[in-house]
Each structure stands twice: as structure tokens, then as C-alpha cells.
Design a protein around this ligand. Sequence first.
Ligand SMILES: [Fe+2]
Length: 255
Amino acid sequence: MTKMTLAFFTDAHLGQRLVATSELAGDKMGYEEAPGEHEHHLCVILDDIARKGISKVVFGGDIGTERSVGRFFELVRSHGFEMSLILGNHDSYGNVTQYYDPGESVVAGKLCFSQHDPHLKRIFLDTSDNVVDDCQREWLARELEGVKKAAIFLHHPILPLDTPVDRTGAALRDRDELRSLLTGMDCQISLFCGHYHMIDEAREANIRQYVSPAVSYQIAKQSERLKADTRTFGYRILEFDKDVIRTQIVLFSKP
Ligand SMILES: [Fe+2]
């Protein structure tokens, strides 16, 4: 395949309402269960993707409450998208695979897999336990052997971000191990992540990292403490043209 467009949407948090919508005290976002929460944002985004004629999507993890998982798949499937999915820290393998075929298992109990085309390999990692772990890292190293260009999709960023949420314990636990594994490879790597609910691009050695906005709500990048913006939501479009990747953000804001 020489040209392909896909939409990367992430962090739907369906049915999870933030307990406070402005300054959040403490070290993490708190949620209460609220059926239907963020569903409208998801519908706006799915409709927009369909309207743009994009049929392939990647979901970046954090579907929402356990009870909303069925609804999530119903909404995505009603648009007829071909979806690849990775898990976030709010998802569980057992719950999601009731609705989604994990395919051939390459690492036991983990939703990780790869897709190859002649120009670029796409790799999908499972960080639902806030860690990639030894087994997936070994698999990843084998997957990258002899590969010159790769796109890796995972919920958590690997390169650090200068933002409060990166210092509150939300970071991937083995990101330093992953970073040295990836920088040691003779491969140009693009990382596509969510989790931090903000737009960011970073670069280090052979790695380019693209953090994408959330479907649900955003977190202010520059503030002293965690601060949410519940009026803005969006997703990212990726265009693969042979081994070149172009990307753009689509944002919506509530009046
Ligand atoms: Fe997350």
C-alpha cells in the first residue's frame, strides 16, 4: 500500500465525569460514573472522520467505564470503520476482548500486534498496566529487527513532556528502558500516543513523538497544577505516503 489515511482518536472516557472541572487538587484526575458522559464528543468526532471519507481508524485507549465498552464498539461499528485498537490504563484486556477480536496472541494476555507494508511497519503496544514489560519489549525488539521505518502506537508517551501530568505518577513506568531500546535501533520511529489529553510533538535521536488531543476533555499543558479544559476535544489525522508520514490535528470547541 503506498498511500493510506487514518484517523487516530483517543481517551474517550465514556461514562466518566471529572469530579471537578477546573483546578484539580492532588495528583490525578478523579472521575465519577455518569452514563452518557463524553458520548456526544465521540459522536461528533466519528461523524467528522466519516465525512472526510476516512475509513481506517486507530483508537488510542481509555474507552471509559466498564459498562460503556459495549456502547463504544456499537458507535464505532455503526460508522463501518476498520478499527485497530490499543488499550489504555482505564481499559482491561478481559473486558475489551469480549467485544474486539485480539487476533493471534503474540504476547500472552497483551493486546499487541503489528501490521506490515513494504514501506513502513506499524506496531501496536499494550500499556494498560502502565508498563510495556519485559515480554512486550522483547517482542518489540524482534519486530524492529531490520526495519528502517516504523510507526508505534501506544497509549502512554515515552519521551517526557514538560507538563504537570508528567510529574504526577501518570508516566509509563518503564519508559526509560523503552527509550534506550528505541534509540539503539537503526530505525526511524514515529510514536503516536494519547493519555495526557494534550497536543505535543517531541523529538529525540531517531524518535519523533506525537501526543494527540483527547476525545473527552483536555488537560492544560502549562499550569502549576492539573487543570482541565472540558470545552475542547479532537483527534489526529495521519497520512502515510510510502515511508512519509504527515499528520494534522482536528479540534472542536464548545461555545
Ligand atoms: Fe490514560
